[in-house]
Design a protein. Structure first.
Length: 56
């Protein structure tokens, strides 16, 4: 993300706007927290490991 886009995203977040499928910052944070479980982390690490090994 370039500097301009980053600054726009920061400004949007300060007034409660978010881009994408979320209607509010609270919805975005709830979605992020929902993915923060040991099972999801383990799955993500496994996928990352598989991708890294396939590129070697």
């Amino acid at each position: 993300m370039g500097r301009k886009k980053t600054e726009e995203a920061i400004a949007d977040s300060r007034v409660g706007r978010v881009a994408g499928p979320f209607g509010s910052v609270d919805e975005l944070l709830a979605d992020l927290k929902a993915d923060d479980t040991p099972e999801n982390l383990e799955s993500w690490l496994h996928e990352k490991d598989v991708l890294n090994n396939s590129n070697s």
